[in-house]
Write a protein that binds this ligand. Structure first.
Ligand code: 13P
Ligand code: SF4
Length: 302
């Protein structure tokens, strides 16, 4: 079967089953082009919470599918490749978070959506890369534990008077990008602004002209008058950037910005999963209910 035949069959099955395909910007171009909704983590959670489809097929990683189920437990949520995880989400366990909460009893817990359902269940509120500052500043507490991404926590700390206590997690894709990488590409393209994701290291963020979520980077790229833009996030985003701005050039800040888990899913996996209703994601109700509260509070602030 060719990719375009698979795309057609997926679209027909989605219609027949009243299903919706949600895809993250880090997915392959052919998956992005097949999706009903393409977005960053926040937009995709919002869609999962409000869709009236019976089935949600998530082209992304496990925490995204889990969040969709937590928000819409009456729907069947499919993750076409069950072991597409997020190594950042695995950087903290619920047990570790419970210990950390004992060390800082007065602190509010803000958990990045890139986390397990169990970790979310131990949290006061969730955040994504696009609303972290707003979420932190919406809280009454003066001390905030931010888990699991230390880089996002340190970036958020720049925009609040609250004391942020970062956890030691990181995303291996973004954290590998170095100030030297930026310096090198900048020396080759001195007029190109640098746009990076807040999961990047502080030294990289210091060199950036723009910092934001995947959706915010796409928006920045559309609005800038620059003809060339240096991109410091997972390279799946290039597909949309090029499609939306054919007259501009996008330069990867490094060739290594590839998330192995995001790339595990192919069109065939989506087709098989939807056809056979395979790889359904659920979360036990005693975890889902408190995790729902943390996600729901986030959506109420966003
Ligand atoms: P966004 O919130 O920008 O979609 O990022 C998700 C992610 O996994 C970043 O690595
Ligand atoms: Fe997780 Fe990083 Fe992959 Fe995003 S890019 S899914 S944070 S490992």
């Amino acid at each position: 079967m060719t990719p375009s035949e698979m795309q057609k069959e997926i679209r027909a099955l989605l219609k027949e089953k009243n299903a919706i395909l949600l895809a993250h910007y880090y997915q392959s171009g052919e998956i992005q082009d097949t999706a009903d909704i393409l977005g960053d983590s926040l937009a995709l959670s919002m869609e999962a919470a409000k869709t009236d489809a019976d089935i949600i097929v998530f082209a992304g990683v496990r925490f995204m599918a889990e969040s969709a189920y937590i928000l819409s437990p009456e729907k069947a949520v499919l993750l076409p490749v069950p072991d597409a995880g997020c190594p950042l989400a695995d950087k903290i366990t619920a047990a570790e978070l419970m210990e950390e909460k004992k060390t800082y009893p007065g602190a509010a817990v803000v958990t990045y959506v890139n986390s397990s359902a169990q970790t979310k269940a131990e949290s006061d509120i969730c955040c994504t890369s696009s609303n972290a500052v707003k979420i932190v500043n919406s809280l009454d507490a003066d001390q905030v534990l931010m888990v699991p991404d230390g880089n996002l926590a340190r970036y958020t700390a720049r925009f609040t008077s609250k004391t942020i206590i970062p956890w030691k997690g990181f995303c291996y894709v973004h954290d590998q990008l170095s100030a030297d990488d930026i310096g090198k590409v900048k020396s080759e393209h001195p007029d190109a602004p640098v746009a990076v994701h807040p999961e990047c290291r502080t030294t990289v963020i210091d060199m950036a002209d723009f910092v934001g979520s995947t959706a915010a980077i796409i928006d920045f790229a559309r609005k800038t008058t620059a003809r060339e833009v240096i991109i410091g996030t997972e390279l799946g985003i290039m597909h949309q950037l090029k499609k939306l701005n054919p007259e501009k050039t996008f330069i990867p800040a490094s060739k290594n910005l590839i998330c192995r888990d995001m790339r595990k899913i192919g069109l065939r996996d989506i087709l098989v999963s939807l056809k056979e209703m395979k790889h359904i994601v659920t979360v036990p109700e005693d975890v889902r209910a408190p995790a729902y509260k943390a996600l729901e509070r986030m959506l109420a602030v966003s």
